[in-house]
Design a protein around this ligand. Structure first.
Ligand code: ZN
Ligand code: ZN
Ligand code: ZN
Ligand code: ZN
Ligand code: ZN
Ligand code: ZN
Ligand code: ZN
Length: 272
């Protein structure tokens, strides 16, 4: 017989003969002494261990001596009687209508829809087995998929994930206010060279020819049309300086060529 369940509710008040005089609950695994009194095996065992002398102990009810080894009996017929006592589920006050024999009590409690169990998602809440599925739909620890990146996260962390981390979450460009840009695409949107954000400050495309002008991307076409001569002048100056460099290089090359010619013209002297 396994351990006695807690809080057994009997259908009717039970006869005193089914009550253990030591623990005052229903007899569990009962043994009978020679003097005819019954106790739970565990209850009497605990008492006997603390009190026996020369193999004898006293009945706690009438103080009669009995032999610990010879005068204790297991009464199987009585045990069956106890197990046949009518009980009701201890969840009856929250709706369970189960009634049955004591022998089936633990089996029922193990599967009673009204018994409470820990939420499978580990949120710490205890739910009725009956309502577990409903709770799982709303549990803040339930796993959900982010609708933007499809990553699986706890529901409680979803907002934080989307607001701070999700690479696919649509965000707003803080420069131009455009919405619906995936977080991972923001840096290329505002990139100085390859982006398309109209508010990014970019250099003039003639910067390498000496134009120092910078402005928002959306204003650059004004710059190009407003003063085209300015850029043409820069190009002309650039061209002129290139021409000077080429002329310099050409004259240096000619000098080198003439030196080389003289070297070749020298007669070869053979050693004897
Ligand atoms: Zn007892
Ligand atoms: Zn007795
Ligand atoms: Zn039940
Ligand atoms: Zn939960
Ligand atoms: Zn996401
Ligand atoms: Zn932008
Ligand atoms: Zn410019």
């Amino acid at each position: 017989m396994s351990g006695r369940p807690d809080d057994i509710d009997f259908e009717e008040e039970i006869d005193r003969k089914y009550i253990c005089p030591i623990c005052l609950a229903v007899l569990w695994d009962p043994v009978q002494t020679l003097c005819g009194h019954r106790f739970c095996k565990l209850c009497l065992g605990g008492l006997v261990r603390g009190s026996w002398r020369f193999g004898m102990s006293r009945c706690p009810v009438d103080k009669k001596f009995f032999s610990v080894t010879a005068d204790l009996f297991e009464d199987n017929a009585f045990k069956r009687e106890v197990l046949s006592l009518r009980v009701k589920c201890n969840n009856h006050n929250i709706g369970c209508n189960w009634k049955g024999e004591l022998r089936d009590y633990q089996g029922h409690i193990g599967s009673c829809s009204y018994s409470q169990e820990n939420c499978v998602y580990g949120c710490g809440i205890r739910v009725k087995r009956l309502e577990h599925d409903d709770h799982k739909q709303v549990c803040h620890q339930r796993p959900v998929n982010c609708e933007h990146c499809d990553e699986q996260i706890f529901y409680a962390d979803l907002t934080k994930h989307q607001v701070l981390m999700c690479e696919h979450f649509p965000v707003q460009c803080t420069l131009c206010g455009q919405t619906g840009i995936k977080r991972k695409d923001i840096s290329s949107h505002i990139d100085v060279n390859t982006g398309d954000c109209p508010q990014t400050i970019i250099p003039c495309k003639y910067a390498s020819y000496g134009c120092q002008f910078q402005d928002k991307r959306r204003c650059m076409s004004d710059h190009y049309t407003a003063d085209p001569d300015h850029h043409i002048l820069l190009l002309v100056q650039h061209n002129a300086s290139q021409d000077r460099k080429i002329a310099e290089l050409t004259s240096q090359m000619e000098k080198l060529m003439s030196i080389a010619k003289n070297v070749v013209k020298k007669p070869v002297k053979w050693r004897n």
